[in-house]
Design a protein around this ligand. Sequence first.
Ligand code: NAD
Ligand code: MG
Length: 452
Amino acid sequence: MVKHIGSKHPKAERAGGVSAAAAAEVGQSTLFTPDHGDPIFFQPCANGPTGVTILGATGSIGRSTCEVIRQNPDRFYVHGLAAGQNAEQLFALMREFRPARVALNDSGAAVELKAKIDALSGDEAKALRSCELLVGPEGLCELAGDGAAGIVVGAIVGASGLAPLLAAIKTGCRICLANKEALVMSGQLFFNEVKKSGAQVLPVDSEHSAMFQCLPRGLQQNLGFCDLAGAGITKLLLTGSGGPFRETPLDALSTVTVAQAVNHPVWSMGPKISVDSATMMNKALEYIEARYLFNAAPEQVQIVIHPQSVIHSMVAFRDGAVLAQLGAPDMKTPIAVAMGFSERINSGVAPLDFTQVGTLSFMEPDPKRYPCLYLGIEASKQGQACTTALNAANEEAVGAFLQERLSFLGISAVVSEVLEHISGRSAHSLEEILALDAEARTLARAAIAARA
Ligand code: NAD
Ligand code: MG
């Protein structure tokens, strides 16, 4: 049962740019506009501004998405905002963007938000009280799947983002996907749902956005089912900075602190992905993400350390050509690429000044330094059950590290232990995947407790 606080908003009121099926459901006629001879990708803003729902609006990607919307008021408006528990920030975003609906996962935070709205007076009070407030995981799915947004940005961190994303996919909208964990844990099932509904998935992760931008149009339109070799592609070159401990002596890794781990040398990100970057589990998740997004065989994805993060990834072709995408390390660029595609829109990011770039360097990752990277690559080769378990165990281990209940090196040890238990298993349906996710978390918690 979805809990509502405040008034109910009519589903269709602010629809814009959704699929034909969803459009029919919300009482609109044609919301997809062919993109100049391109029958699959709709031009999001051709019929006026497109409604956007941001799942994870108060996080690092969520805030950058808001900035892209601010840069393009004629193209986008905010239909819905969802967050975990940050009532204060969500309230500030509501005051600015006046969404039709908001959702908070945490019921205490929802009560706090309602109190803030109730304390308002005048026109602003009237406007914000007309916004529907949804609560809990069901509330998030209700908002994500209401069919009234042409674009849903998946920017929740971790496995909690999967259910709302699946609800959004069913509406046939454009999914701008930052929440890599959701794809890692569900893989082919995710893309089977995309195919059924006609939804469009565009990657927000900067490396996958880079590779996407280097692909021929036919492949861009067939994510999840690409034929890389058929398009003359020999390798996807996935770059990564190597994180804050790229040069730390190996014997000092056992005592690194949370503050050191979240201090990424190039990117400014949320705490979980920052720790994942330090262990390079982030690159492992991205390897798995790339395999699912681009239907790539294990040997078609190569990981390359590139400390400057100027090149965001590359695609190598049979004829010897390599295409690369370069830019400042700012997530507003890939967000704008995904939201505006196939048009180039403002992101607020300045182009690179090549006179200031300096030397670019590249190297192979060291297995001794980055055990999580190799656990992830191996899990990917083993299949869906292992990638689901890897993600779940890592989320638990990183959570424990951030709370100082587990050492930095304990993260890879816990993940490795969980994977040993899961080895040889399979998972195909959503039920099997969720059961495996739960089992891997239980195993991980026990492994963490045993190390305390
Ligand atoms: P973050 O921690 O800054 O923000 C996470 C957001 O998710 C917040 O809005 C939070 O309220 C919300 N959230 C957390 N748990 C929730 C729950 N149970 N229900 C509803 N909402 C919940 O994280 P981030 O750095 O913005 O990363 C978000 C996602 O994007 C992650 O999957 C990450 O891997 C991916 N990503 C991030 C970056 C980056 O530069 N930050 C780059 C590439 C990919
Ligand atoms: Mg990335």
